[in-house]
Design a binder for this molecule. Structure first.
Ligand SMILES: CC(C)(COP(=O)(O)OP(=O)(O)OC[C@H]1O[C@@H](n2cnc3c(N)ncnc32)[C@H](O)[C@@H]1OP(=O)(O)O)[C@@H](O)C(=O)NCCC(=O)NCCS
Length: 113
C-alpha cells in the first residue's frame, strides 16, 4: 500500500509487483470529516480483502489526523460496495435522492473517535 499526496487530498493505492491494484481517493478533509471516494480494485485482485484493507488503512490515517468520521456514498444499485461498507460498520446516515447517477445513493459514515 502507498500514498499519493497533494495539498488538498491523499490517495491510497494498493500495489502488486509495482502495478496499481486498487485505489481509493480519500481525505478531502472538511471539518474533521474524511471522504473515501472512487474506491476501485482491479478485477484480478478482488475478493481477497484488498478493499477492506484499503478502507482500514484510510481509517487509520484519518484517526492519526484526529478526524472524527469517515464518510462515503454508495449507490443503492451497487451490492458489492453496499455489502463492503455495511460489513465495515458504516451506518446509513441519509438517502441521497437522484444523486448524480440518476438513482438513489446512501450516505454512509463511520465514527472514529
Ligand atoms: C466493490 C469493490 C471495491 C470491492 O473490492 P474487493 O477488494 O473485491 O473487496 P474485499 O475483497 O475487500 O471484500 C470485502 C467485502 O466486500 C463485499 N464484496 C466484495 N465483492 C463482492 C461481490 N462480488 N458481491 C457481494 N459483495 C462483495 C463483501 O461484503 C466482502 O466481504 P466478504 O469477502 O466477507 O464477503 C470492487 O468490487 C470494485 O472495485 N468494484 C468496482 C468499483 C466499485 O463499485 N466501487 C465502489 C464504489 S463506492
Amino acid at each position: 500500500m502507498g500514498y499519493l499526496r497533494s495539498r488538498e487530498s491523499i490517495s491510497l493505492g494498493a500495489f502488486s509487483e509495482g502495478k496499481l491494484a486498487g485505489l481509493p481517493i480519500a481525505f478531502t478533509s472538511i471539518d474533521g470529516l474524511a471522504n473515501i471516494d472512487w474506491l476501485v480494485v482491479d478485477r484480478n485482485f478482488r475478493k481477497i480483502g484488498t478493499a477492506q484493507r484499503m478502507v482500514g488503512l484510510s481509517e487509520d490515517m484519518a484517526k492519526r489526523k484526529s478526524m472524527l468520521r469517515v464518510w462515503c456514498d454508495t449507490s443503492m444499485r451497487n451490492e458489492k460496495s453496499m455489502s463492503l461498507f455495511r460489513k465495515m460498520h458504516y451506518d446509513k446516515a441519509a438517502t441521497l435522492k437522484d444523486w448524480g447517477y440518476h438513482w438513489d445513493c446512501y450516505f454512509r459514515a463511520r465514527k472514529l473517535q
